[in-house]
Structures are given as structure tokens and as C-alpha cells.
Design a protein around this ligand. Structure first.
Ligand SMILES: C[S@@+](CC[C@H](N)C(=O)[O-])C[C@H]1O[C@@H](n2cnc3c(N)ncnc32)[C@H](O)[C@@H]1O
Length: 273
């Protein structure tokens, strides 16, 4: 396990993660191997991906300022680094993933950053146990992180959101949905697009911000091209807009040998009225 640190809004966020380039996979058996929800897709949740760094850069800029007081739901949060950075910016963040990743990454990494104080902060800690979930209040059972809050929840894209509701947290209360590098395998298109589409119908009519890195070559049978994802969203009567395109960090380029120069593209998805 490697420790990663990010300085944002005068606060240092720290998470533990596996390191794709350093880990000796031959020497160790993955302890999650026999968990029911654990597949190749879920095993990626223990690493930090290129899109995560781009989402963090977005949080450090103008986008970060728009997050203050917003209820953010992050899909496929992995280590939680981006979600925790959004919380430091003042958002109330619900980080979601499959149960193995929630237990192995999101809960310990949130605890590691609990009660981080934003330097200039003087206001009262919000009531995190408010019984009626309303927008601009933290999600129930949240931890104070910088000037916002964060908590985590199991949300598996292969199961309809309405069938995963708990008594305490309602994912349909989100104002903004975030997702970094959640869709790279063809087999994930349907479950991921369906999940985003469901959540977009939440009562606050959220928008989704999705960071995508194309790992497919023309003949790919396994990796997805963004064109396929765009078509799928459009079939569902969603509007998908390219917001920006960013080069990955130099040290990350080698993580996708077949496509080292592929940038991370940021899209906004909303429901067509
Ligand atoms: C490539 S990782 C990206 C992680 C993180 N967002 C980042 O950029 O570092 C993909 C994430 O999607 C999650 N994921 C894969 N399949 C999933 C599913 N069926 N339901 C929910 N999350 C899933 C993985 O566990 C992992 O955290």
C-alpha cells in the first residue's frame, strides 16, 4: 500500500492505495479474491486512476467553488481521493462503489481524513444527523472533511438503484454526480449508463460530470470507445456535452501502453427536457 497526498484549499488529503507499477502481484494473493462482488472491474478500485487526478484538478479550479454546500454523489469512487477533495471544497459527498471497495478503501481512507479543518473555517459544524435529508445538508452519517463532509455507500451498477435503497441514505437526493474512469470495459456500458440515467431523475435534477480516458484501439473487443458511451446516453434521451480535455500526468501515461497519449475527456450529462 502506498500513501498519496493532495494539497487542496489549504488542506492536505491523504489516502492509502495500491500502486499499479510497484505492487508485486506474483508474491501476494489478493485477499478479496473470493468476495461475491469482486471482479476485474472492482479490483481497479484499489488504485488511483488518471481521471481521478483530472477530477481533483477540476476541484482545485472554478468547478470546486461551485461544489460548496452541494450534495455530490460519486460513482466508482475507488480510493475516495477525488471525493474527499470535493468534500474539502465544501461539498457533501456520498462516495459509492462495490462493497469490497467501500470496506477496503472508502471507509478507512475517510477515517484517515476525519475532521480535517479548512484553515480559514470558523462556521459551525453542520448537523450531520439531520433526520430529513434535504439538499445542502450533509448526507446522513457523514464525517466532517475540510469545509464539507463525506460518507460512503455500496452502490453496484449491476443492480437498479431503487433496489439498493437503505433507510438512511437516498442516492436520489444528489445535486451533482461525479464519476472518474468508471467506464472502460464494454461490459460496463449498460450497467453504468443505466445507473447514471436513474440518478439523473433524482428530485434535484442533477447533472453528471464524467472523466473518461479512452483505452480502446480500433479493434478492441474489451475496451470501450467513448463514441459507444455517447450513443448509449443519447439513446436514453440524455444530453452529453464535452467540457474539456486534459493530458494525463507524465508518470501515468505508461499505465496504458497501447494508448499512452490518450487524454482524459470531461463530459457533462443531463436529461433532455
Ligand atoms: C478504474 S476505477 C476508478 C476509480 C476512481 N474513480 C479513480 O479514478 O481513481 C473504476 C471504479 O469503478 C468501480 N466499479 C467497477 N464495477 C462496478 C460496479 N458494478 N458497481 C459499482 N462500482 C463499480 C471499481 O470498483 C472502481 O472503483
Amino acid at each position: 500500500m502506498t500513501t498519496h497526498k493532495v494539497s487542496i484549499a489549504g488542506v492536505e488529503v491523504v489516502v492509502g492505495a495500491r500502486d499499479l507499477l510497484k505492487e508485486d502481484f506474483d508474491e501476494c494473493m489478493d485477499e478479496n479474491f473470493f468476495n461475491e462482488d469482486y471482479d476485474t472491474a472492482a479490483s481497479t478500485g484499489f488504485f488511483i486512476w488518471e481521471g481521478c487526478w483530472i477530477l481533483i484538478d477540476l476541484c482545485k479550479g472554478e468547478f470546486g467553488k461551485t461544489l460548496k454546500g452541494k450534495r455530490v454523489l460519486e460513482l466508482g469512487s475507488g480510493t475516495g481521493l477525488a471525493g474527499l477533495c470535493a468534500a474539502v471544497c465544501g461539498a457533501h459527498v456520498l462516495m459509492t462503489d462495490v462493497a469490497t471497495v467501500v470496506d477496503g478503501m472508502l471507509i478507512p481512507n475517510t477515517a484517515m481524513n476525519a475532521n480535517l479543518k479548512a484553515p480559514e473555517e470558523k462556521q459551525e459544524i453542520p448537523d450531520i444527523n439531520a433526520s430529513v435529508p434535504t439538499t445542502n445538508l450533509p448526507w446522513p452519517c457523514s464525517t466532517k472533511i475540510g469545509s464539507g463532509t463525506a460518507t460512503s455507500l455500496t452502490l453496484n451498477w449491476r443492480i437498479p438503484v431503487k433496489d439498493q435503497l437503505t433507510e438512511t441514505i437516498n442516492p436520489f437526493d444528489a445535486d451533482i454526480i461525479l464519476a472518474a474512469e468508471c467506464i472502460w470495459l464494454k461490459e460496463l456500458i449498460d450497467p453504468f449508463v443505466e445507473t447514471v440515467f436513474d440518478l439523473l431523475q433524482g428530485k434535484n435534477k442533477p447533472r453528471a460530470i464524467i472523466c473518461f480516458r479512452d483505452r480502446a484501439i480500433d479493434t478492441s473487443q474489451v475496451f470501450v470507445h467513448m463514441a459507444e458511451v455517447i450513443a448509449q446516453f443519447e439513446n436514453k434521451n440524455c444530453k452529453i456535452l464535452k467540457l474539456s480535455e486534459k493530458a494525463v500526468r507524465k508518470e501515468d501515461a505508461k499505465k496504458s501502453a497501447s494508448n499512452p497519449n490518450s487524454p482524459v475527456v470531461v463530459y457533462e450529462v443531463t436529461l433532455r427536457l
